[in-house]
Ligand binder design. Sequence first.
Ligand SMILES: C[S@@+](CC[C@H](N)C(=O)[O-])C[C@H]1O[C@@H](n2cnc3c(N)ncnc32)[C@H](O)[C@@H]1O
Length: 257
Amino acid sequence: MNYDPEKNGKEGYELAIEKCREKLLSFPRVKIGDCTLYQGDCLEIMPLLPKFDAVVTDPPYGISEAAGKNKSRGKLAKATDYGNASWDDKTADDAIDLAILKSGNAIVFGGNYYDLPPSSCWLVWDKLNGSNDFADCELAWTNMKIAVRRLTYQWNGMIRREKHIPRQHPTQKPIEVMKWCLGFLPNKQTILDPFMGSGTTGVACAKMGRKFTGIELDPKYFDIACERIEEAYKQPDLFIEQPKEKFTQADIFEEAK
Ligand SMILES: C[S@@+](CC[C@H](N)C(=O)[O-])C[C@H]1O[C@@H](n2cnc3c(N)ncnc32)[C@H](O)[C@@H]1O
């Protein structure tokens, strides 16, 4: 038998790609406009995806925020009961490391709960929270080479901006906050959020003309994200901003999207 290293190498590579594609397609997947949403564990799905221009995400902080805390906090009105879940009981260090490796830029909410390198640029969202046991600000770690930036955007139970948007997730972010984050990445067209929750990053991407890939483990939140992103594309106020550079990177999984 003739051994042809070039031919064998090529065949082995093609077989590996085919296996990855098959595995990726085995996860529930919904495509809405320029958004591709996967339901499953991001640690299993991310290795099967191509690289992204940026990851913009809000992972578990490891503070048990999903364990029914919200119910006991409402002072002005009855707080929503999101049930009792364990997804926020620990941080997702391996997944965050992988997401950063797969992406040029990174914005990671709750970065102060993760072991990330020193950075000149943290994004500070001041929630104008008044006096209660919620944090005054949320911090996003970034690898951008600019100074610290701050946004004030009120988000305190009943006293919050975006009151017309129903809260469907215990740690749902305001759309304007995620749009503010994307505004720091004007040339980044492909955006990953491996911890999509109710899909706020995807809604912001739809409104800003970015390509979005989202992953969510919980089927209930996955369905909510699909609905919200679909609605975002339907909204008459939709003003789609175009990123300044076109995405040129080769994408071996393009046909799987
Ligand atoms: C902090 S929340 C994100 C909330 C989101 N920013 C929003 O506005 O709705 C994190 C989400 O990650 C999901 N999650 C936790 N572990 C995951 C994993 N291994 N893979 C994918 N999603 C995961 C949880 O179910 C939760 O919905």
